[in-house]
Write a protein that binds this ligand. Structure first.
Ligand SMILES: O=C(O)CCC(=O)C(=O)O
Length: 357
C-alpha cells in the first residue's frame, strides 16, 4: 500500500524534507505531513528515514499500520548497512512477527546490526553471550570485538529451553514458583527497556479499561518496536516452562510501583470480555528486583503471601480443572512502602491471541 503519491508538493522547498522537519511536524501534531516527508526521504534511499518510517508503520504509530511495507523497507535499510534497521529485523525474526520465528536469523541480524554500529544490537549480543556461554564480556572494548565470533558462542536453544525446577506453592489454585528463572542481568535489562516509559495503569472491569483507585501503579506494554530479542527469548523461556505457546500470549508488560502504590484484590481471568472470545488462563510474573519493602504478592483466599526474590518467576492458573474462572485466584500486589518495585508480567490465553507480539 502506498501512502502518498510520488508527486512532490511544489510548495515545499527541497530542504523542507529533512528529518529535522519531520520532527518539527511531529511536534506540531502534523503526523500525516510527517509521514509524507518520511516517505519522500525513504524513496530517495535515506536509510534513517526508511528505518524511522518502517517502525511507525509496524505499529501504526501516528501512521497507517502496514507491516508488509515496513518489513520491505527495513530489509532495504539493513542492506544499506543501517544498524538499527538490522536490530529491528532481529526482533521481528525472534518474535516470529509477520515472518517465521527463526532464532538463528535473529542472531544473524544482530551481528549485521552490531557490525554496522548499532549499540542496541551489540548490547543484546553481549548479554546473550554472557548468559549462555559463561564467558564474561563486560569489560570488553567494543571496537575490538569480532561480532560474528561472539554470536557463535551463544547457545540460545539451551537458554530458551531451561531445565528449571517448579516449586508448588499451592494446589488450588495452582500456583508455582520458578526460582532463578532469569539472571539479575536479564532483570536489569528488562527494567531498562521500560524505565521512563511507564504510564499510570488502567484496570479492566468486565466492560472496559479505566483508571481506578484499585490500581495506582504504572505499566508499560511492549510492542514489536519497544521489544527486542531478549524480550522474545524471555517469552520463549516462559513458553518452555509452562508448555504454552507464545502465540497465545498477550503483549508482555512491565509493572512499576513507586512508594504508596498498589494493585488491590482482583482476578486476571476475563471470561470472554474485553472484546476477546477466549479466556486468560494463566499469569506469569517475573520479579525484576527485590530491594523494596512491602509489595508482596498476596492471595487472600488461600492465605498465601510472598515476596519473590529478583529473578524468580511466580505463575498461576486463572481457571480451575474444568477451565472455569477460579475465584480462589483473587490476588493483590500490596502497597510498596520503601523503594520501587518492577515486575515483568505475561498473560496467556487459551487460544491464539490476536495482536500477539
Ligand atoms: O505486582 C504484583 O506482584 C502482582 C501483579 C498482579 O497482580 C497482576 O499483574 O495481575
Amino acid at each position: 500500500m502506498h501512502l502518498v503519491s510520488n508527486t512532490e508538493s511544489p510548495s515545499l522547498a527541497a530542504d523542507a524534507w529533512s528529518l529535522l522537519r519531520v520532527r518539527e511536524l511531529d511536534e506540531q501534531g502534523k503526523f500525516e505531513a510527517a509521514v509524507a516527508a518520511l516517505w519522500h526521504l525513504a524513496r530517495k534511499g535515506d536509510a534513517d528515514a526508511m528505518t524511522l518510517l518502517a517502525k511507525r508503520l509496524l505499529i501504526g504509530q501516528n501512521a497507517p499500520h502496514d507491516p508488509g511495507e515496513a518489513i520491505g523497507m527495513l530489509a532495504a535499510a539493513a542492506d544499506r548497512n543501517h544498524g538499527e534497521a538490522a536490530a529491528q529485523m532481529a526482533t521481528l525474526a525472534a518474535a516470529g512477527a509477520w515472518m517465521p520465528q527463526e532464532w538463528s536469523a535473529a542472531l544473524d541480524f544482530l551481528v549485521q546490526g552490531a557490525q554496522a554500529g548499532s549499540l542496541r544490537a551489540q548490547d543484546q549480543l553481549l548479554l546473550l553471550a554472557d548468559e549462555t556461554s559463561g564467558s564474561r564480556n563486560t569489560e570488553v572494548v567494543r571496537q575490538s570485538i569480532n561480532w560474528r565470533a561472539l554470536r557463535e558462542e551463544i547457545n540460545l536453544q539451551a537458554w530458551i529451553n531451561p531445565a528449571l525446577a517448579r516449586q508448588p506453592l499451592c494446589e488450588s489454585p495452582r500456583i508455582r514458583l520458578a526460582q532463578s528463572f532469569a539472571s539479575l542481568q536479564i532483570c536489569r535489562w528488562l527494567i531498562g527497556l521500560a524505565r521512563g516509559k511507564v504510564r499510570p495503569a488502567m484496570m479492566y472491569n468486565g466492560k472496559g479499561s479505566h483508571f481506578t483507585a484499585e490500581r495506582t501503579n504504572s505499566d508499560y506494554f511492549f510492542d514489536i518496536v519497544g521489544s527486542d530479542v531478549i524480550v522474545a527469548a524471555t517469552r520463549q523461556r516462559i513458553s518452555s516452562l509452562l508448555k504454552m505457546p507464545t502465540f497465545a500470549m498477550e503483549p508482555p508488560q512491565i509493572l512499576h510501583y513507586a512508594i504508596g502504590q498498589q494493585l488491590k484484590a482482583h482476578y486476571d481471568h476475563i471470561g470472554g470480555g474485553n472484546g476477546y472470545e477466549g479466556e486468560r488462563i494463566a499469569t506469569f510474573l517475573l520479579y525484576l528486583n527485590d530491594d523494596y519493602e512491602g509489595g508482596e504478592l498476596d492471595f487472600p483466599k488461600v492465605e498465601l503471601r510472598l515476596k519473590a526474590r529478583a529473578g524468580n518467576g511466580v505463575y498461576f492458573s486463572n481457571v480451575d480443572h474444568a477451565g472455569l474462572p477460579d475465584k480462589l485466584t483473587l490476588h493483590c500486589g500490596l502497597e510498596v512502602t520503601k523503594g520501587e518495585k518492577w515486575v515483568f508480567s505475561q498473560w496467556i490465553h487459551d487460544r491464539t491471541f490476536t495482536g500477539s507480539m
